[in-house]
Design a protein around this ligand. Structure first.
Ligand SMILES: Cc1ncc(COP(=O)(O)O)c(C=O)c1O
Length: 375
C-alpha cells in the first residue's frame, strides 16, 4: 500500500450505501449511526440528492468564482430563510477547517486585532488558524504556535473578563456542543455573556456549526437554543450530505471588500446542487422535528441500560458515556452487530451521529446490541 498512513483503519470496504445503511464488498449490511462523522444528513444516496447532482453534472459541474453563479444565490436565499438568519450573507468554501479559517480571517479584517479565545477540548479543523484554536497538542506543530490563542473553560466568566480586558482579542470561537471533544456544552447564561462581552469589547463571536449545524441538534443551528446571534457562523459537514462543501454566514454589520476572501472550488455548481437538495429534503421530510423527537426517544430508551453513566448532547448529536474505555465496545458494535458508531477525544464516550431521517427502529437496534454487550 502506498498511502500515507494517518488513519488507523477498520477492516471493511464499503461498496454502496442507501438511507442509513452501508454495505461492504462482502455483502454485509451495516447500520450507520455515525453518518461518516456527522456528514450524512439526509441519508446515503437520497433520491433528491442523486437526481440534483446528476442533473447538475449534465449541465455544468464547475466554473470559477469570477463569473455569476446563480446557484450560489439560490443557496444563500434558501439557507438564510430556512435557518432564520435573515441578517446574514453567505460565503461558500469547501470544508469545515476552511470555513473556520475564513471566519477567523474575517474577524481580523473587521476589527484589526489578532488574538483568539477558544475553549478547552475544542476542535476547529486542520488549517493553521483553525488548528491553532484547537485544544489538542498531539496534532499541532510549531507552525501552530505563531497565532496567539488563549484557551478558557466553558462557563468561566472571570477568566474571560480578565483576557478580554487586554483589548487585543479579535475573535471568540466556540462550539455550542463540542463534537470531537465529547459533547460538552456551555450554559445559556455563559453564551449570552459571550455575546454581551463581544459587543462591549469589539470582538467577533464565531459559533462553529461545522458539526452541529444543518438540523443535527433539532434546531437548524445549535446556538439557536441560546437565543443569541453570533457574528460569524461557519458550517460544513451536513450541508452537502457527503459532497465537500462548507460556508460561512456573516452578519451584515461586517462589510465585504473585493479580494478579502477567495477560493477556487468553493461554492461550485455541483456543491450548490448538493446543498439545495439537502435544504429541500430537510424541509420536505421535517428533519429538524425528527432529529428533536428521535433524540428524546434515544435518551428515554438508552437510559434503561444501567452501565451507561451519562447520555450527552441534543437531537441526533449524542454521546453515551461509560466508566470504561469504549474502544472495544465500538469494535464489537461494528463487527458483531454491524452498527457504526463514533469515538471522541473522551475515550469513555461513544458518539451517535446518524442520518437525520432514522426511525425508532434503528435506535432499538442499537439498544438491543448494547443490551447484549453490556447487561
Ligand atoms: C466543530 C468542527 N469544526 C471544524 C471541523 C473541521 O471540519 P473539516 O474536517 O471539514 O475540515 C470539524 C470536524 O470534525 C468539527 O467537528
Amino acid at each position: 500500500m502506498s498511502l500515507f498512513k494517518v488513519y488507523p483503519l477498520y477492516e471493511m470496504t464499503p461498496s454502496h450505501a442507501k438511507g442509513c445503511y452501508v454495505f461492504d464488498k462482502k455483502g454485509n449490511k451495516f447500520l450507520d449511526l455515525y453518518g461518516g462523522h456527522a456528514v450524512i444528513s439526509i441519508g446515503h444516496s437520497h433520491p433528491n440528492y442523486v437526481s440534483s447532482l446528476s442533473n447538475q453534472l449534465n449541465k455544468i459541474g464547475f466554473y470559477s468564482n469570477y463569473i455569476i453563479n446563480d446557484l450560489q444565490e439560490q443557496v444563500a436565499k434558501k439557507l438564510i430563510n430556512q435557518s432564520n438568519c435573515e441578517d446574514y450573507e453567505l460565503f461558500m468554501c469547501s470544508s469545515g477547517a476552511e470555513a473556520n479559517e475564513n471566519a477567523l480571517q474575517i474577524a481580523s479584517f473587521h476589527n484589526n486585532k489578532s488574538r483568539i479565545i477558544a475553549f478547552k477540548n475544542s476542535f476547529h479543523g486542520r488549517s493553521n488558524a483553525a488548528l491553532s484554536a484547537t485544544d489538542n497538542q498531539n496534532i499541532k506543530t510549531k507552525l501552530n504556535t505563531k497565532i496567539d490563542v488563549t484557551f478558557l473553560k466553558f462557563n468561566d466568566k472571570e477568566s474571560l473578563i480578565k483576557e478580554v480586558s487586554k483589548s487585543d482579542v479579535s475573535a471568540i470561537i466556540f462550539e455550542s456542543i463540542q463534537g470531537v471533544g465529547g459533547l460538552d456544552e456551555p450554559d445559556t447564561e455563559f453564551v449570552k455573556f459571550l455575546r454581551e462581552t463581544c459587543d462591549k469589547y469589539d470582538i467577533c463571536l464565531i459559533a462553529d456549526e461545522v458539526q452541529s449545524g444543518f438540523g443535527r441538534t433539532g434546531d437548524f443551528f445549535a446556538f439557536q437554543k441560546h437565543d443569541i446571534k453570533p457574528d460569524i457562523i461557519p458550517m460544513a459537514k451536513g450541508m452537502g450530505n457527503g459532497f465537500p462543501v462548507g460556508g460561512v454566514l456573516i452578519n451584515k454589520k461586517i462589510k465585504a471588500k473585493f479580494g478579502m476572501l477567495g477560493t477556487t472550488f468553493g461554492g461550485n455548481h455541483l456543491a450548490c446542487s448538493a446543498v439545495l437538495s439537502v435544504l429541500d429534503t430537510i424541509k420536505q421530510e421535517n428533519l429538524l422535528k425528527n432529529s428533536k423527537n428521535l433524540g428524546e426517544y434515544f435518551k428515554n430508551k438508552l437510559s434503561k441500560i444501567k452501565s451507561i453513566k451519562k447520555i450527552k448532547g441534543r437531537g441526533l448529536m449524542l454521546g453515551l458515556e461509560f466508566d470504561f474505555d469504549a474502544k472495544d465496545l465500538r469494535k464489537n458494535l461494528i463487527f458483531k452487530h454491524n452498527i457504526f458508531t463514533g469515538g471522541s477525544a473522551n475515550k469513555k464516550l461513544l458518539r451517535i451521529l446518524p442520518p437525520l431521517n432514522i426511525t425508532e427502529h434503528h435506535i432499538d437496534m442499537l439498544y438491543n446490541a448494547l443490551t447484549i454487550e453490556l447487561e
